[in-house]
Design a protein around this ligand. Structure first.
Ligand SMILES: Nc1ncnc2c1ncn2[C@@H]1O[C@H](COP(=O)(O)OP(=O)(O)OP(=O)(O)O)[C@@H](O)[C@H]1O
Ligand SMILES: [Mg+2]
Length: 251
Protein backbone atom coordinates (compact mmCIF):
# COMPACT_ATOMS: atom_id res chain seq x y z
CA UNK A 1 0.00 0.00 0.00
CA UNK A 2 1.22 3.49 -0.87
CA UNK A 3 0.40 6.27 1.57
CA UNK A 4 1.12 9.94 0.90
CA UNK A 5 0.54 12.13 3.86
CA UNK A 6 0.24 15.93 3.75
CA UNK A 7 2.75 16.38 0.91
CA UNK A 8 3.97 19.89 0.09
CA UNK A 9 6.35 20.82 -2.70
CA UNK A 10 7.40 24.26 -3.88
CA UNK A 11 10.02 25.47 -6.35
CA UNK A 12 12.02 28.69 -6.11
CA UNK A 13 11.12 31.38 -8.64
CA UNK A 14 13.26 34.18 -10.05
CA UNK A 15 11.19 36.85 -8.26
CA UNK A 16 11.89 35.23 -4.89
CA UNK A 17 8.33 33.98 -4.29
CA UNK A 18 8.33 30.19 -4.41
CA UNK A 19 5.74 28.49 -6.61
CA UNK A 20 3.64 26.10 -4.53
CA UNK A 21 2.98 23.03 -6.64
CA UNK A 22 1.77 20.39 -4.17
CA UNK A 23 -0.24 21.73 -1.26
CA UNK A 24 -1.05 19.22 1.42
CA UNK A 25 -1.73 16.23 -0.79
CA UNK A 26 -3.06 13.04 0.84
CA UNK A 27 -3.45 9.80 -1.09
CA UNK A 28 -3.69 6.11 -0.33
CA UNK A 29 -3.35 3.46 -3.03
CA UNK A 30 -4.08 -0.11 -2.02
CA UNK A 31 -1.81 -2.94 -3.08
CA UNK A 32 -3.03 -4.31 -6.41
CA UNK A 33 -5.10 -1.23 -7.16
CA UNK A 34 -4.99 0.60 -10.52
CA UNK A 35 -5.62 4.31 -10.17
CA UNK A 36 -5.90 6.83 -13.01
CA UNK A 37 -5.00 10.49 -12.50
CA UNK A 38 -6.41 13.45 -14.41
CA UNK A 39 -5.61 17.13 -14.00
CA UNK A 40 -5.05 20.23 -16.09
CA UNK A 41 -1.57 21.21 -17.29
CA UNK A 42 0.51 22.33 -14.35
CA UNK A 43 -1.76 20.72 -11.75
CA UNK A 44 1.28 18.94 -10.30
CA UNK A 45 0.84 15.42 -11.67
CA UNK A 46 4.43 14.85 -12.81
CA UNK A 47 5.72 16.56 -9.67
CA UNK A 48 3.69 14.05 -7.67
CA UNK A 49 5.40 11.23 -9.58
CA UNK A 50 8.81 12.84 -9.04
CA UNK A 51 8.09 12.87 -5.30
CA UNK A 52 6.89 9.26 -5.26
CA UNK A 53 9.76 8.07 -7.51
CA UNK A 54 12.40 9.97 -5.57
CA UNK A 55 13.57 12.44 -8.25
CA UNK A 56 12.37 15.16 -5.84
CA UNK A 57 11.95 15.30 -2.10
CA UNK A 58 8.95 17.01 -0.55
CA UNK A 59 9.25 20.12 1.62
CA UNK A 60 6.85 18.55 4.05
CA UNK A 61 4.94 15.29 4.46
CA UNK A 62 5.62 11.60 4.48
CA UNK A 63 5.51 8.75 1.94
CA UNK A 64 5.32 5.11 2.91
CA UNK A 65 5.25 2.14 0.56
CA UNK A 66 4.28 -1.18 2.11
CA UNK A 67 4.97 0.29 5.56
CA UNK A 68 8.46 1.50 4.69
CA UNK A 69 9.16 5.21 4.99
CA UNK A 70 10.65 6.17 1.60
CA UNK A 71 10.19 9.95 1.87
CA UNK A 72 13.91 10.66 1.53
CA UNK A 73 15.15 7.42 0.03
CA UNK A 74 17.38 8.21 -2.99
CA UNK A 75 15.83 7.65 -6.42
CA UNK A 76 18.30 4.92 -7.49
CA UNK A 77 17.36 2.87 -4.44
CA UNK A 78 13.64 3.29 -5.12
CA UNK A 79 14.17 2.18 -8.72
CA UNK A 80 14.64 -1.37 -7.41
CA UNK A 81 10.99 -1.51 -6.46
CA UNK A 82 9.23 1.41 -8.19
CA UNK A 83 8.88 1.24 -11.98
CA UNK A 84 8.25 4.33 -14.09
CA UNK A 85 7.40 4.85 -17.75
CA UNK A 86 7.44 8.34 -19.24
CA UNK A 87 5.59 10.07 -22.08
CA UNK A 88 8.73 10.35 -24.17
CA UNK A 89 9.57 6.92 -25.62
CA UNK A 90 13.26 7.84 -25.47
CA UNK A 91 13.22 8.26 -21.69
CA UNK A 92 14.24 5.43 -19.43
CA UNK A 93 15.92 3.31 -22.11
CA UNK A 94 19.43 3.48 -23.58
CA UNK A 95 18.97 4.42 -27.28
CA UNK A 96 22.26 2.98 -28.54
CA UNK A 97 21.91 -0.36 -26.80
CA UNK A 98 19.89 -3.21 -28.23
CA UNK A 99 16.51 -4.31 -26.92
CA UNK A 100 18.16 -7.35 -25.30
CA UNK A 101 20.84 -5.18 -23.67
CA UNK A 102 18.24 -2.76 -22.32
CA UNK A 103 16.21 -5.61 -20.88
CA UNK A 104 19.38 -7.13 -19.37
CA UNK A 105 20.17 -3.77 -17.74
CA UNK A 106 16.74 -3.70 -16.16
CA UNK A 107 17.01 -7.33 -15.17
CA UNK A 108 20.39 -6.69 -13.52
CA UNK A 109 19.04 -3.64 -11.67
CA UNK A 110 16.07 -5.52 -10.30
CA UNK A 111 18.32 -8.38 -9.25
CA UNK A 112 20.79 -6.00 -7.64
CA UNK A 113 23.56 -7.43 -9.75
CA UNK A 114 25.96 -5.66 -12.05
CA UNK A 115 25.06 -5.61 -15.71
CA UNK A 116 26.59 -8.59 -17.41
CA UNK A 117 27.11 -8.06 -21.13
CA UNK A 118 27.10 -11.78 -21.76
CA UNK A 119 23.37 -12.25 -22.16
CA UNK A 120 22.69 -15.93 -21.79
CA UNK A 121 20.43 -17.95 -24.07
CA UNK A 122 18.07 -18.47 -21.16
CA UNK A 123 17.73 -14.73 -20.65
CA UNK A 124 17.12 -14.17 -24.36
CA UNK A 125 14.38 -16.78 -24.26
CA UNK A 126 12.75 -15.09 -21.26
CA UNK A 127 12.97 -11.69 -22.95
CA UNK A 128 11.55 -13.02 -26.24
CA UNK A 129 8.62 -14.58 -24.39
CA UNK A 130 7.82 -11.33 -22.60
CA UNK A 131 8.11 -9.32 -25.83
CA UNK A 132 5.85 -11.70 -27.74
CA UNK A 133 3.05 -11.07 -25.21
CA UNK A 134 2.63 -7.57 -26.65
CA UNK A 135 1.75 -9.02 -30.06
CA UNK A 136 3.89 -6.51 -31.98
CA UNK A 137 6.54 -8.88 -33.31
CA UNK A 138 9.10 -7.45 -30.90
CA UNK A 139 10.47 -10.91 -30.12
CA UNK A 140 12.27 -10.70 -33.49
CA UNK A 141 13.90 -7.39 -32.58
CA UNK A 142 16.05 -8.44 -29.62
CA UNK A 143 19.21 -7.37 -31.46
CA UNK A 144 17.84 -4.10 -32.83
CA UNK A 145 18.94 -0.91 -31.15
CA UNK A 146 16.27 0.96 -29.21
CA UNK A 147 16.59 3.94 -31.55
CA UNK A 148 15.45 1.73 -34.44
CA UNK A 149 12.08 1.03 -32.80
CA UNK A 150 8.82 2.93 -33.22
CA UNK A 151 7.42 4.94 -30.32
CA UNK A 152 4.88 2.25 -29.47
CA UNK A 153 7.48 -0.51 -29.59
CA UNK A 154 9.78 1.54 -27.34
CA UNK A 155 7.00 2.01 -24.81
CA UNK A 156 6.35 -1.73 -24.75
CA UNK A 157 10.06 -2.38 -24.07
CA UNK A 158 10.02 0.31 -21.35
CA UNK A 159 6.96 -1.33 -19.79
CA UNK A 160 8.60 -4.76 -19.84
CA UNK A 161 11.80 -3.29 -18.37
CA UNK A 162 9.78 -1.84 -15.50
CA UNK A 163 7.95 -5.07 -14.80
CA UNK A 164 10.44 -7.92 -15.48
CA UNK A 165 10.18 -8.45 -11.76
CA UNK A 166 6.81 -7.05 -10.70
CA UNK A 167 7.57 -3.74 -8.96
CA UNK A 168 5.84 -2.75 -5.73
CA UNK A 169 4.48 0.26 -7.62
CA UNK A 170 4.31 1.20 -11.30
CA UNK A 171 4.08 4.89 -12.29
CA UNK A 172 2.86 5.65 -15.82
CA UNK A 173 3.19 9.31 -16.79
CA UNK A 174 1.07 9.76 -19.95
CA UNK A 175 3.00 6.84 -21.43
CA UNK A 176 0.71 6.59 -24.48
CA UNK A 177 0.17 10.31 -25.11
CA UNK A 178 2.86 10.58 -27.81
CA UNK A 179 1.57 7.63 -29.83
CA UNK A 180 -0.88 7.30 -32.74
CA UNK A 181 -4.36 6.44 -31.45
CA UNK A 182 -4.34 2.80 -32.62
CA UNK A 183 -0.83 2.14 -31.24
CA UNK A 184 -1.75 3.95 -28.02
CA UNK A 185 -4.69 1.59 -27.65
CA UNK A 186 -2.47 -1.47 -28.21
CA UNK A 187 0.05 -0.25 -25.63
CA UNK A 188 -2.74 0.52 -23.15
CA UNK A 189 -4.27 -2.94 -23.67
CA UNK A 190 -0.86 -4.48 -23.05
CA UNK A 191 -0.47 -2.32 -19.93
CA UNK A 192 -3.81 -3.53 -18.57
CA UNK A 193 -2.97 -7.17 -19.30
CA UNK A 194 0.36 -6.85 -17.48
CA UNK A 195 -1.27 -5.11 -14.53
CA UNK A 196 -4.00 -7.70 -14.25
CA UNK A 197 -1.77 -10.74 -14.63
CA UNK A 198 0.85 -9.60 -12.12
CA UNK A 199 -1.70 -7.85 -9.86
CA UNK A 200 0.37 -4.69 -10.10
CA UNK A 201 -0.21 -1.55 -8.10
CA UNK A 202 -0.42 1.17 -10.76
CA UNK A 203 -0.88 4.92 -10.91
CA UNK A 204 -1.45 6.16 -14.45
CA UNK A 205 -1.52 9.85 -15.40
CA UNK A 206 -3.45 10.58 -18.57
CA UNK A 207 -5.06 13.47 -20.42
CA UNK A 208 -7.47 11.12 -22.14
CA UNK A 209 -10.75 11.42 -20.23
CA UNK A 210 -12.25 8.27 -21.72
CA UNK A 211 -9.18 6.18 -20.83
CA UNK A 212 -9.20 7.59 -17.29
CA UNK A 213 -12.83 6.51 -16.95
CA UNK A 214 -12.52 3.11 -18.65
CA UNK A 215 -9.28 1.91 -17.07
CA UNK A 216 -8.51 1.07 -13.47
CA UNK A 217 -10.35 0.95 -10.17
CA UNK A 218 -10.50 4.58 -9.09
CA UNK A 219 -10.06 7.96 -10.79
CA UNK A 220 -8.30 10.84 -9.08
CA UNK A 221 -8.70 14.45 -10.12
CA UNK A 222 -5.73 16.61 -9.22
CA UNK A 223 -6.24 20.36 -9.11
CA UNK A 224 -3.80 23.03 -7.97
CA UNK A 225 -1.60 20.60 -6.10
CA UNK A 226 -4.36 18.84 -4.20
CA UNK A 227 -6.75 16.01 -4.81
CA UNK A 228 -9.96 17.68 -5.86
CA UNK A 229 -11.98 14.48 -6.08
CA UNK A 230 -11.64 10.73 -5.95
CA UNK A 231 -14.17 8.81 -8.02
CA UNK A 232 -14.69 5.36 -6.51
CA UNK A 233 -15.37 2.39 -8.79
CA UNK A 234 -19.17 2.75 -8.95
CA UNK A 235 -19.08 6.53 -9.35
CA UNK A 236 -16.43 6.19 -12.05
CA UNK A 237 -18.46 3.72 -14.08
CA UNK A 238 -21.30 6.19 -14.32
CA UNK A 239 -19.08 9.04 -15.57
CA UNK A 240 -18.91 10.37 -19.10
CA UNK A 241 -16.10 12.69 -20.28
CA UNK A 242 -18.44 15.70 -20.37
CA UNK A 243 -19.10 15.35 -16.63
CA UNK A 244 -15.39 15.79 -15.99
CA UNK A 245 -15.07 18.65 -18.51
CA UNK A 246 -17.86 20.57 -16.82
CA UNK A 247 -16.70 19.91 -13.26
CA UNK A 248 -13.07 20.82 -13.82
CA UNK A 249 -13.15 23.23 -16.78
CA UNK A 250 -11.13 20.85 -18.90
CA UNK A 251 -10.83 22.10 -22.48
N1 LIG B 1 11.93 21.28 -11.29
C1 LIG B 1 11.07 22.30 -11.34
N2 LIG B 1 11.48 23.56 -11.09
C2 LIG B 1 10.62 24.59 -11.12
N3 LIG B 1 9.30 24.47 -11.38
C3 LIG B 1 8.83 23.25 -11.64
C4 LIG B 1 9.69 22.09 -11.64
N4 LIG B 1 8.93 20.99 -11.92
C5 LIG B 1 7.67 21.45 -12.09
N5 LIG B 1 7.60 22.79 -11.93
C6 LIG B 1 6.39 23.61 -12.02
O1 LIG B 1 5.40 22.98 -11.26
C7 LIG B 1 4.11 23.10 -11.87
C8 LIG B 1 3.51 21.72 -12.02
O2 LIG B 1 4.28 20.99 -12.97
P1 LIG B 1 3.99 19.46 -13.31
O3 LIG B 1 4.99 19.06 -14.32
O4 LIG B 1 3.92 18.68 -12.07
O5 LIG B 1 2.54 19.55 -13.96
P2 LIG B 1 1.66 18.43 -14.66
O6 LIG B 1 0.39 18.34 -13.92
O7 LIG B 1 2.45 17.20 -14.84
O8 LIG B 1 1.36 19.11 -16.07
P3 LIG B 1 1.28 18.48 -17.55
O9 LIG B 1 -0.12 18.00 -17.70
O10 LIG B 1 1.55 19.65 -18.43
O11 LIG B 1 2.30 17.40 -17.68
C9 LIG B 1 4.34 23.83 -13.17
O12 LIG B 1 4.02 25.18 -12.97
C10 LIG B 1 5.81 23.65 -13.42
O13 LIG B 1 6.33 24.72 -14.16
MG1 LIG C 1 3.19 16.13 -16.47
Amino acid sequence: MLVLNDIYKSFPKADGNPIQVLRGLDLTVETGEFVTVLGNNGAGKSTLFNIIGGALWPNRGKITLNDRDITFLPEHKRSHFIGRVFQNPQMGTAPNLTVAENLALAYGRQNRKLFNRAITKDLRRIFAEKLSEAGMGLEDKLDNRMNELSGGQSQVVALIMSTLRPPQLLLLDEHTAALDPQIAKDVLDFTCRLAERDKLTVIMITHNLQDAIDIGDRLIMLDKGKIAHIFAAEEKKALVPDDLRKLYHIP
